[in-house]
Ligand binder design. Structure first.
Ligand SMILES: [Zn+2]
Length: 310
């Protein structure tokens, strides 16, 4: 067994307002493709509920206390900002999503599995230390990075984020932390507006690769190869986390990059090569965005297919 596949049905219960792109069908689309026979070798597990206190590893105490109080009664929607919402059953969904990321780290750091993919929602990379935004409530990847450090003794963790939006939340949380490298490729300008190449963190531990609208496969690969991969390699990480958003796919309605699913397979394999050299192949990948169901399922399939080759 090489690849652990973590998910939980409770992640469907984070119910979106009508017409919202971050909807339960996204998760169903990923489940459907990963149920195909070619993924038979995945180690499939239901995520465990995370202890809500784990969020304190990446978030402000007051924010952690406030968020569950915003959960609305049955049938109502609670708005945290213009496009970030909570429904009656969002709290367990959030904690199962966090639990998946943490369990992925536990298994991979203990050497039980080579790598892991967490198919969960809501996503996390826009959630800052003290602020929910961009469909994100808690930053699961940031919590997972801290768990790897506190519980498993990882000294350096690299987080690579190929979601088409900049992960302002992850950047915010690790801005002053030289033990975490955050490297993001994203369309720019685009929501949330951060992620200029000049944003490099207090210890030069942030790497931003802004890409122009319409960027296609060749330019994407060349840019990733020259800007992000050498930095991840030179950082000598003990673990690589991936914020795996698939909204840079050309079918995606929220952005306008021109990537196909093959690029997600390619970038995964290149990160696996570095992980093999630097950290015994240890990779934990967490689903972020991806809003066209066909683009999302084809891209997640290409990503997981690559992970299974480890
Ligand atoms: Zn996104």
């Amino acid at each position: 067994m090489t690849t652990l596949y973590l998910t939980h049905p409770a992640c469907l219960e984070h119910e979106s307002p009508p017409g919202h792109p971050e909807r339960p069908d996204r998760l169903r689309a990923v489940w459907r493709v990963l149920d195909e026979a070619r993924f038979g070798a995945l180690e499939r597990r239901k995520a465990k509920l995370a202890d809500a206190a784990s969020a304190l590893l990446a978030h402000d105490e007051r924010y952690c206390e406030t968020l569950p109080k915003l959960i609305p009664p049955e049938g109502r929607t609670g708005h945290v900002d213009a496009d970030t919402y909570l429904s009656a059953h969002s709290w367990p969904a959030i904690l199962y999503a966090m639990g998946a990321a943490v369990e992925g780290v536990d298994c991979v750091m203990r050497g039980e599995m080579k790598n892991a993919f967490c198919a969960t929602r809501p996503p996390g990379h826009h959630a800052e230390r003290a602020r929910a935004m961009g469909f994100c409530l808690f930053n699961h990847v940031a919590v997972a990075a801290r768990k790897a450090q506190r519980v498993h003794g990882a000294e350096r963790v690299a987080i690579v984020d190929f979601d088409v939006h900049h992960g302002n939340g992850t950047q915010d949380i690790f801005w002053k932390d030289k033990s975490v490298l955050y490297a993001s490729s994203h369309q720019w300008p685009l929501y949330p507006g951060t992620g200029a190449a000049s944003e490099t963190g207090e210890h030069d531990n942030i790497v931003n690769l802004p890409l122009a609208s319409g960027t296609g496969p060749q330019v994407f690969r060349a840019a990733f190869e020259s800007v992000i991969l050498p930095r991840v390699d030179a950082f000598e990480p003990d673990l690589i986390l991936i914020s795996a958003g698939f909204d840079a796919h050309r079918r995606d309605p929220l952005a306008s990059l021109d990537l196909g699913e093959a690029e997600f397979g390619w970038v995964t394999r290149r990160l696996m090569e570095i992980a093999e050299q630097r950290c015994a192949g240890r990779i934990v990948s967490v689903l972020e965005g991806g809003y066209d169901l066909m683009g999302l399922s084809a891209s997640a399939a290409a990503h997981v297919e690559a992970l299974m080759e480890a």
